[in-house]
Design a protein around this ligand. Structure first.
Ligand SMILES: [Zn+2]
Length: 430
């Protein structure tokens, strides 16, 4: 065994020990955690932490005004959140020594230097492994091709890369855990990928496998929902009212949230829009029909179309994207035709769900001029949406959307229940 490998295993072993130790002692000490008082305390702490996320650096008197909590309650919560390493008090010369929070008008801010959130996004051809801070900033991301790897091998490889990133980029920070986002049907409660046809996965216990190899808390969710969490925490201000997210990569799916939270439905099966019929496509779908949204607009379909019309020698989507971005008119035209189909789906989702904002997560929306205006035009023609330019937007995380999706799965759990299991080892408040 090499030196580096031994170090990684050493760290893993130590972390696993700390994690279990903390969980057991805390549970034994605090049997009242799941009662109504515990849930109320957690909800208040969550409101304080979100107020600091939105407004930090922010005085505790302002937090009290914005959350409706008493000054004394805010003092108590900020002190506890500081003890957990989530907040610190600022003075003019910089952060105070950690954990000190006292004076009411001295601003507090998130302590982004103490913890780090792990992120894993599983796409059809590659995995993205990343580290994020508490504000959702991607500190480092790594892309790993994985064609041909079985689920267990891919997850083991991802855990190794995650540890390399921790060692190389955040050696002094404590990992909160690992958030995992992927397409297909993901059951968040059990941390299982129920079905991901494009990866060929059925009932893969992702959470259990990764908890076993990292010794950390692992949370798993569908990536469209993960990006909704990210938009609501760190992105578009109106996403907190209500938001629909439409993702169009190799996988096509959707998610939506209202003020109360992201909709999952039984076994988290919501958001399957892959087989929504669209006009003007004769592309055969894996379901046996033709003209389904995913078959019509997936990156693979577009890359094959580029080969058929002589633009590319082999179906390489990133190459086609680069061509269109550089102003190649025939390549751009392919993306523009596709944007009309995406616009049809966007219009339908807007009609059904009427959200404050609809976010299209698509690489061409970010990089190929003209795509977003075409989607908006289609929405204008096909829905009653009064202001498509305001309502239909691109992602708030261009270039880091996959890493952000994974990290948001974990950070959403943290912001939802900062006194919960991630930092305290206590059971989650319900
Ligand atoms: Zn279909």
């Amino acid at each position: 065994m090499g030196m580096r490998q031994a170090r990684i295993l050493g760290i893993l072993g130590a972390r696993r020990f700390v994690c279990h130790d903390r969980a057991m002692t805390s549970r034994a000490r605090s049997p009242q955690r799941t009662d109504a008082r515990g849930a109320r305390r957690s909800a208040s702490a969550s409101a304080v932490l979100r107020a600091v996320l939105d407004g930090g650096p922010i005085a505790r008197s302002t937090i009290a005004r914005r959350t409706g909590l008493s000054a004394a309650a805010v003092t108590g919560h900020t002190a506890e959140l500081a003890r957990l390493g989530l907040l610190h008090e600022l003075v003019e010369s910089g952060p105070e020594p950690r954990g000190r929070v006292g004076r009411p008008h001295v601003p507090v801010d998130l302590d982004t230097g103490r913890h780090v959130a792990g992120a894993l996004h599983l796409a059809v051809h590659h995995a993205t492994v990343a580290l994020l801070d508490l504000r959702g900033n991607v500190l480092v991301q790594h892309e790993e091709p994985h064609d041909g790897l079985a689920a267990e091998d891919l997850l083991a490889r991802a855990a190794e890369i995650f540890d390399d990133l921790l060692l190389g980029h955040a050696p002094d920070r404590e990992p909160l855990g690992l958030g995992v986002a992927t397409g297909g049907w993901v059951d968040r409660a059990s941390g299982t990928v129920v079905e991901h046809p494009l990866l060929g996965w059925r009932n893969v216990p992702v959470r259990d496998l990764l908890t076993g190899s990292t010794g950390l808390a692992v949370e798993v969710d569908g990536h469209a929902r993960a990006l909704v969490h990210a938009e609501r925490l760190f992105g578009h201000p109106r996403a907190r009212d209500s938001v629909v997210q439409l993702f169009t990569g190799n996988v096509v799916d959707a998610a939506f949230a209202t003020g109360a939270g992201v909709h999952h439905g039984p076994r988290s099966a919501a958001g399957a829009v892959a087989h929504l019929p669209v006009d003007g496509s004769t592309e055969p779908c894996r379901c046996g029909r033709t003209g389904c949204l995913e078959a019509a607009v997936s990156e693979g379909t577009l890359a094959r179309a580029a080969v058929e019309c002589g633009l590319l020698e082999r179906p390489d989507f990133p190459e086609l994207l680069a061509l269109a971005e550089s102003g190649h008119s025939a390549a751009a035209r392919l993306f523009h035709e596709r944007a009309r189909l995406v616009g049809q789906a966007a219009a339908l989702l807007l009609e059904v769900l009427n959200p404050a904002v609809l976010v299209v997560v698509d690489r061409s929306v970010t990089r190929v001029p003209g795509c977003l205006p075409i989607i908006r035009d289609e929405v204008r023609d096909r829905s009653r949406c009064p202001d498509p330019a305001e309502t239909v937007v691109g992602t708030s995380f261009p270039g880091t959307e996959l890493a952000t999706a994974g990290g948001a799965v974990l950070l959403d759990v943290l912001y939802d229940d900062p006194l919960g299991p991630l930092l305290t080892g206590l059971p989650r408040a319900s």
